[in-house]
Design a protein around this ligand. Structure first.
Ligand SMILES: [Mg+2]
Length: 209
């Protein structure tokens, strides 16, 4: 992987970082997680680590995946990079804070992918409908390639329909939409993630992978 300015950039607008040293046999399903609005409260283009507050709902979800030997992969759109609101250095600090807060609760993430492309950007990041930007499936497919995942049994949790669409386009098994409604996207089943019962439903799905 090409390194740029010390950051794990696979290309100018794509961050791909393996976290920790947990290894997984090929053919495992993964738990894909959106970040802002799913793991942490969305504060609109967070660029300051001090802003980061976790949503407690996701802690048992990540811990359950950890215990089940399911790789946990963050896939996050970061159009603030393309828009010039902040740089990869700020992303690194904020994301480090997210991972640090999770780690304090024994919730471990195995890989992080972030897409900095957006049509409203300028220069090399100003690309419309980039294949790595959700709802396109590029980040999920790339993680699947690098970790040898079984995408067809993998799950995704997010707070936007674009997260669910990315899951559907990547051929995942199911999705959970934070504060959302039950729906089906092209045969892809989306479940709501609102209350404790919904979380239990997700934990059961992870344990039965
Ligand atoms: Mg989000």
């Amino acid at each position: 992987m090409a390194e740029s300015a010390g950051f794990p950039l696979a290309e100018p607008g794509l961050w791909v970082e393996r976290i920790g040293d947990r290894s997984f046999p090929t053919g495992r399903p993964a738990l894909f997680l959106d970040r802002d609005g799913t793991i942490n409260i969305d504060t609109d283009y967070p660029s300051d680590p001090a802003e980061i507050v976790l949503r407690p709902q996701m802690l048992p979800v990540i811990e359950t995946a950890n215990q089940a030997g399911i790789p946990v992969v963050i896939v996050t759109n970061q159009s603030g990079i393309a828009r010039g609101y902040f740089g990869w250095d700020a992303f690194a600090r904020v994301n480090g804070r997210v991972l640090g807060l999770l780690g304090e609760q024994n919730a471990l993430v195995d890989m992080v992918l972030a897409c900095g492309y957006h049509e409203k950007g300028s220069g090399p990041l100003g690309i419309a409908n980039h294949p790595m930007r959700k709802p396109n499936p590029g980040m999920l497919v790339e993680a699947g390639r690098q970790l040898g995942l079984d995408l067809g049994r993998s799950l995704i949790v997010g707070d936007k329909l674009a997260d669910m669409e990315a899951g559907q386009r990547a051929g995942l098994a199911r999705g959970w939409l934070v504060d959302g409604e039950s729906s089906t996207i092209g045969g892809f089943s989306v479940s709501p993630l609102r209350d404790a019962h919904d979380v239990d439903d997700l934990l059961t799905a992870i344990r039965s992978l």
